[in-house]
Design a binder for this molecule. Sequence first.
Ligand code: LER
Ligand code: MN
Length: 262
Amino acid sequence: MMKTAITLCQVPEAVAGPFVLRTPLPEAFATAAAIGFDAVELFLPGPDFITVDEVKSLAVTHGLTIAAVGTGAGMLRHGLSITAADAEKREAAMNFVLAMIDFGGRLAAPAILGSMQGTGSLELLTTGLRRCGERAATHGVPFIYEPLNRYETNLFNRLGDAAKFIELHDLKNVVLLADLFHMNIEERDLPAAIREVGKHIGHVHFADSNRKAMGFGHTDAKQVIAALREIQYSGYLSAEIFPLPDPETAARQTISSIQSLR
Ligand code: LER
Ligand code: MN
């Protein structure tokens, strides 16, 4: 059974980004629970923004789990990437991601490598993913690698290529994020791409073709859900979408689209 999640953002630099609830966390957790989500995905400025215990307490109060934690603030706020040419900057990026892995790990939540993969070399990506996967394993969670569209990275734009790379380098604890928005730009056929990589998918960013809530664009969500069922995906459908026309409408539309397809 797939679970629902919604993105909560506390990063001022991400004001134009695809994140739904941006109110202070106590209010955002309450909104997510009231609208009916199972979980929240956290996009925070860094690992010291809030304590793990405070997040745990919010999660318990509102009956939510933490689906995942993003690491993109390392890029947005500090210009860091784990494939940077400069070794010092690369190490600073790794330390940021590893700290987010530890933060998420204590909440039983995996961390995501999205924009922090940068635009470097596959060799540096391999080294970085191996370290991240190993650190995540110490917490008993996977590490999530996200292929992005061509305007955001030169590394992997398609799920199939990323899955082959993971297999080739035997990156055991690294799973893939199927972000339906990026896939709509890069894949020939969304359900086919999902079936092709099957068990490699560990997380889904549930967005329509225009990065609005599912149902507000032209993606055939029914076929996408059917493919996810076929590969027995039981993770989160997480709404990483623009808060349009307003956060609450976007959040409610996500839940009703999923309910209509269940
Ligand atoms: C992050 O999950 C993502 O999808 C990137 O496009 C950064 O916003
Ligand atoms: Mn995404």
